[in-house]
Design a binder for this molecule. Sequence first.
Ligand SMILES: Cc1ncc(COP(=O)(O)O)c(C=O)c1O
Length: 397
Amino acid sequence: MDKGNRRRFFLKSAGLGLLPAMLPSIPGLAQVGTAQQKVAIKPIVKFFGDGDLMEPDAYLRILNELQAKGKVGKDRYGIGGSVEDLEKEMAKLTGMEKAIFLPSGTMANQLAISLLSGDRAKVYLQDLSHIYRDEADAAQTVFSKRLVPLGMGKAFFTVEELKFAIEGLPSEEVFASGIGAVSIENPIRRADGQQVPLEEIKAISAYCREKKIPLHLDGARLFMAAAWSGNSIREYAQYFDTVYISLYKYLGASSGAILCGKESLISQVPHLMKVHGGSMYGNWTNAAMALHKLEGFEDKLKRSIRAFVEISEGINKLPDCSIQPIPGGTNIYFLQLPQGINGPIFQKEMREAHGVWMGRPDKNGRVPVTVNETLLYRSPIEVVTAIRNSVKKATNS
Ligand SMILES: Cc1ncc(COP(=O)(O)O)c(C=O)c1O
């Protein structure tokens, strides 16, 4: 348990009569219980997001604690301090030659595919990928790339589909123009966090290497793929030429990205970052936080999964309730509540009486839930009890 959470448990167990008055100034804590009940203070469990998306007070407190321990170092345009420490850590973790901090994952993806493909225009990628769907056509408009989607509407494309697309080109197009790169997103956000199987990655990588086509990994949530598949970050990274990992989805930073690859490629990134207006003077607040969260993160994730297994077992014993996994998925599941439940009341009760936040169940009583480190803030039995009591309240109303 980190210091922040210890502090929360202290507050919880201290039974402080003054707390109701103080509460508005302590964000991140839930005031649990009705006016009639004894007030209890608990850290909030959030069944959404990949990590504990911190509020400013918690963020600043942790940075202060890190600073007091001498663990915050200022950089200048990404040189030195916490940024350099984080880059070294990420290079070690992925087993790649070099890592660099960038202001966003979008920029990491775009610069990676631009550098990998050089003056060859075509880049093959998943139809549902962030690069294809959610980067404002930057590859086409800014980097003169032609994105070619594969695996339409599916989580991933197979090596056979890639081969078919590439080897069919001479008969499909008259003027040959070379293949720039292939990109894989894993896990894939628009497919509810489904994974690309490692065997498929290996086959695609072997084919790309044989054909000398560079391969990029949008691994924004690579830690999730690693935790749910049991393959290490390094295992995944070895099949790619560049790997991007997000710093804010679960590593605590308020924004930022890391791109890893060969020294010769990564050393070209600072110039391009400048050209595209992404060269920021100081990045240490994000880097120091991510570096801090990185320590022991894989273990924390494993413990969160174990907690969720216990929570699921408890939920599955409640009448008409179940946890439904997504085939080949990662940290996103569906919680099925009794048909006819009043969704808004359930959500409100969970939030206000129990300090457990989740989305609103739909008209069929179904709501997505995400496994993240906040599950460790309470015992599984407490979470199951919260659900049981809230279901009762929302079915009697
Ligand atoms: C899979 C994936 N790749 C890339 C990005 C882009 O990250 P950023 O918001 O840092 O630009 C996101 C953000 O949601 C994402 O989900």
